[in-house]
Write a protein that binds this ligand. Structure first.
Ligand code: ADP
Ligand code: ASP
Ligand code: MG
Length: 405
């Protein structure tokens, strides 16, 4: 008897018909004698609708009430799925995050799971129930509802699988697995059979939203066997696993892109020690993640400091940076929202040279200007004008022969 955590994303529970299909799939595991915990997202489009409602009231909704609102989409789907299971004579119970006790910190809208109490779930499983849990939501130590950031249901599923020491965590979604790039952008993208945690982490953190970053971090940390597969048919998907000897031979594994970045440039900053910390400390205190940072060579004691944040954080970051810029005597602050980040990822970069030069040649051939560059051991990311995103991804996908895998 195995213990399986299965997560179904928004499209997979997007209608009553789809929810009935999910119930039938889950029932098969139950008939196999397995114990099943199901994590569900809100129905497709529902979380966006709720976010929209809050923005109709104010441009930056207050965190606590925002979470009370946006977490409700998942409450609807757990109840519907539990009913659909009961309708096919499968014993099932839904449990909200506070009933399980999925304890998080108090960073509303981007909370992190601190602990999961597995006792109630184990009790229900022992009683023969299929347990249905909402993704995305948690509870902090003062019993406030929290949410884990967009796409956070993946993280709920992996965290539950780790807490329960499940045999596998299956992420069912609207594509067949993890692809060499977003198959909805590049039709020639190929499904990857096995990908290392490390590469998946880089893919997720550079925009491949098929898995939320934090879910991959947790899977790697607790060695949760993770599988991404389609909820529409029963074909094998992608296994996210520990690196093995063959993986480095592949130069580039995937290409990802993120159109959700915005660039902030602080012009003519005095080039003296401590300036970067004056700019970035208050941004980090405001819980804003800074992604790429570039500082130009200084000219006459002045330099430009450029960095990126998400669109959602731009307004807040800008109001902080404008104030700091005045304090440190910078000339002015500029922003641009029409930028995108494109990243090339592969374990093979550790041992093979020439990937950066091929990437830049490919972009040059397409006349795409590179605005910023950052690298890690297995990744090269660039910032370009957003209007070239599709062109850049397609050209790189072809240049690295990912369509021929
Ligand atoms: P769910 O609602 O099931 O959580 P998401 O929309 O969050 O689904 O994630 C699945 C989507 O991720 C796909 O529809 C696809 O457009 C996108 N995606 C981006 N990059 C990739 C990739 N490299 N492989 C697979 N899917 C990707
Ligand atoms: N419903 C949430 C969202 O749309 C969480 C998730 O789907 O993973 O972001
Ligand atoms: Mg998702």
């Amino acid at each position: 008897m195995a213990l399986i955590v299965k997560k179904f994303g928004g499209t997979s529970v997007g209608s009553i018909e789809r929810i009935r299909d999910v119930a039938k799939q889950v029932l098969l595991d139950k008939h196999n004698g397995d114990q099943v915990v199901v994590v569900v997202s809100a129905m497709a489009g529902e979380t966006n609708r709720l976010v929209g409602l809050s923005k109709d009231i104010m441009s930056m909704p207050e965190g606590r009430e925002y979470d009370v609102l946006v977490s409700t989409g998942e409450q609807v789907t757990i109840a519907l799925l539990a009913l659909a299971l009961q309708d096919v004579a499968a014993p099932a119970i839904s449990l909200l995050a506070h009933q399980v006790k999925i304890l998080t910190d108090s960073a509303h809208s981007k909370a992190r799971i601190k602990m999961i109490d597995d006792s109630r779930i184990r009790q229900e499983l022992s009683a023969g129930n299929i347990v249905v849990v909402p993704g995305f939501q948690g509870i902090d130590e003062n019993n406030n509802v929290t949410t884990l950031g967009r796409g956070g249901s993946d993280t709920t599923a992996v965290a539950l699988a780790a807490a329960l020491q499940a045999d596998v965590c299956q992420i069912f979604t609207d594509v067949d697995g993890v692809f060499t790039t977003d198959p909805n952008l590049v039709s020639g993208a190929k499904k990857i059979e096995r990908i290392s945690y490390e590469e998946m982490l880089e893919m997720a953190s550079t925009g491949a939203k098929v898995l939320q970053i934090r879910s991959v971090e947790l899977a790697a940390k607790y060695k949760v066997p993770l599988e991404v597969r389609s909820s529409f048919h029963n074909q094998p998907g992608t296994l996210v696993v520990q690196e093995d000897a063959n993986m480095e031979s592949q130069l580039v594994t995937g290409i990802s892109f993120d159109r959700n970045e915005a660039k902030i440039a602080v012009r003519e900053v005095p080039d003296v020690p401590g300036i970067a910390s004056k700019v970035f400390a208050p941004i980090s205190e405001a819980n804003i993640n800074v992604d790429m940072i570039v500082q130009n060579i200084s000219l006459e004691g002045k330099t430009d400091l450029t960095f990126t944040v998400t669109h959602a954080d731009l307004e807040k970051a800008l109001s902080i940076v404008k104030q700091v810029a005045q304090e440190i005597g910078a000339k002015h602050v500029e922003t641009s929202e029409d930028v995108a980040k494109v990243s090339v990822i592969g374990l093979g970069m550790r041992s093979h040279a020439g990937i950066a030069s091929k990437m830049f040649q490919t972009l040059a051939k397409e006349n795409i200007n590179v605005q910023m560059i950052s690298t890690s051991e297995i990744k090269i990311s660039i910032i370009i004008n957003d209007k070239y995103t599709e062109l850049a991804v397609r050209a790189l996908h072809e240049a690295f022969e990912l369509d021929k895998k």
